[in-house]
Design a protein around this ligand. Sequence first.
Ligand code: ADP
Length: 143
Amino acid sequence: MKRAVYPGSFDPLTFGHLDIIGRASRLFDSVVILVMVNKTKTPLFSIEERVKMIQSVVSDYGNVEVDFYEGLLIDYAKENKIRVSIRGLRAVTDFEYELQIAQTNYELSGGFLDTVFLTTSLKYAYLSSSVVREIASFKGDIS
Ligand code: ADP
């Protein structure tokens, strides 16, 4: 069984995240979308709200489940015996941060947790949770 975890804030989930989830679900036997606490960000939605929202849109995938964790990703990965973390890359600006996180997770887990990067579909390259939150705050069209 090839299992993977897709960790993130998902505050809220966007079509960009969904695109990564769909592609990951074809690459792996099972994928856990893991809602996590990012201490550098102040969340708009609670963890419970985010889990519910994600569950409602991924229910059609037979091999995707949703979970949450308020600790380090490597501890969740070890507890659940998942050796692959999936992250999305939109632009070169994501790269430096993502590279650091991936290398830290690999080192800190003693080589247990590897990261697989999927590059965004071009039509979602501009899309982020923060852009969606900002448009929504001014009652703009987020459809
Ligand atoms: P985090 O706070 O952990 O960065 P996010 O919810 O912002 O959580 O992002 C989770 C992952 O999804 C990150 O790897 C991010 O680069 C990726 N991601 C976000 N938006 C997109 C998008 N439009 N296309 C592809 N990947 C994306």
